[in-house]
Write a protein that binds this ligand. Structure first.
Ligand SMILES: [Zn+2]
Length: 322
């Protein structure tokens, strides 16, 4: 049985119950947390046991002030999801094999080779960008464009304010622009700092308006934009450009977030990656969740001839598809 409520609930025929990415920790079930984005971390989790990576465990503490032990379970195989540092897909192995992708990305990143498909009877796949217009360039290609854009701004004596989500994009950009020893805002600095203990080497600096003002040199600042630091005077009031990265830039270009430059660098699979991934897992049935869930389910059936349904509230019996 599989249904969406407080995350996704999966029950094996032997009665074993799993709760995938619960909003609230679910006692009496095996809780699995795919990654450390705030909307995937459970509340009311204090000293419990959760199937997750060590990085996600650290972020649970940092972002939700919650503690949990890492649980391993004989029926659960965690796999690299390639979405953000420490992200996992979960292969549940019972009467049937069920692959839950969580948020995932198949493109190569600085921290991952990308999620690899595995064969599964049932696939629960995220469909954030499950619509034809969302096709992104390879990471290497867009990384080169971003570096060239930043280099030309700095050459023109313009500082660059990079808007990025605090966990995920911010680390990719800190890594990508490391030659500039980029400044980062407080929220990003805390996350980078937490990741240093896992061996990630970020050449970042905590933003400090006073030293930036004093140096008068153009600089790179990576910020989530929630609290863009303001200088009293000096370069922050001088020439600067804004740059944003997001999959949504693929359809909205630079109108995305009203910035000077926008690049389609995403932590999610694009439309073609999604279809290819589904095909290679060769499931008997697909459930889609997030974003274009309805549309992508339709397109999976149209392109691949596989039964596909958007995961909605209500119950689906896995035995129907055995
Ligand atoms: Zn995510």
């Amino acid at each position: 049985m599989i249904y969406q409520k407080n995350g996704i609930s999966v029950t094996f025929t032997d009665g074993t119950k799993f709760r995938l990415d619960p909003r609230t920790y679910s006692p009496e079930e095996i809780n699995l947390v795919s990654h450390g984005h705030s909307d995937h971390l459970p509340t009311r989790c204090h000293g419990e046991s959760v199937v997750m990576s060590d990085v996600t465990q650290k972020l649970l503490k940092l972002r939700k002030r919650a503690t949990a032990d890492i649980l391993s379970h004989a029926s659960v195989r965690p796999l690299d999801a390639g979405h953000v540092v420490g992200s996992r897909m979960f292969l549940l192995e019972g009467d049937q094999s069920i692959l839950y992708t969580g948020d995932f990305c198949t493109k190569q990143k600085f921290f991952s080779q990308g999620a690899q498909p595995v064969s599964a009877d049932v696939l629960i796949v995220e469909s954030t960008f499950g619509s034809e217009e969302y096709v992104f360039p390879e990471t290497k290609e867009v990384a080169t464009q971003i570096r060239q854009c930043v280099a030309s701004c700095i050459e023109n004596d313009e500082s660059v304010i990079v808007l990025a989500y605090p966990f995920g994009k911010a680390q990719e950009l800190t890594h990508l622009l490391r030659d500039y020893a980029p400044f980062v805002d407080d929220g990003i600095y805390q996350i980078n700092d937490a990741l240093r203990s896992f061996g990630y080497d970020f050449r970042d600096q905590l933003f400090d308006a006073a030293s930036v003002t004093e140096s008068r040199e153009p600089f790179v600042l990576i910020t989530s934009g929630r609290s863009t630091p303001q200088g009293q005077d000096g370069p922050l009031r001088g020439k600067r450009r804004t740059l944003a990265v997001s999959g949504w830039a693929a359809s909205r270009g630079k109108y995305f977030r009203g910035v000077d430059y926008a690049f389609a660098l995403s932590d999610h699979a694009d439309f073609q990656d999604l279809l290819r991934f589904v095909d290679r897992c060769s499931p008997e049935v697909v459930y889609t969740c997030h974003g274009f869930a309805k549309k992508f389910a339709r397109l999976v059936h149209a392109h691949l001839g596989i039964d596909a349904f958007p995961l909605e509230k209500g119950q689906h019996f896995l035995s129907n598809y055995a």
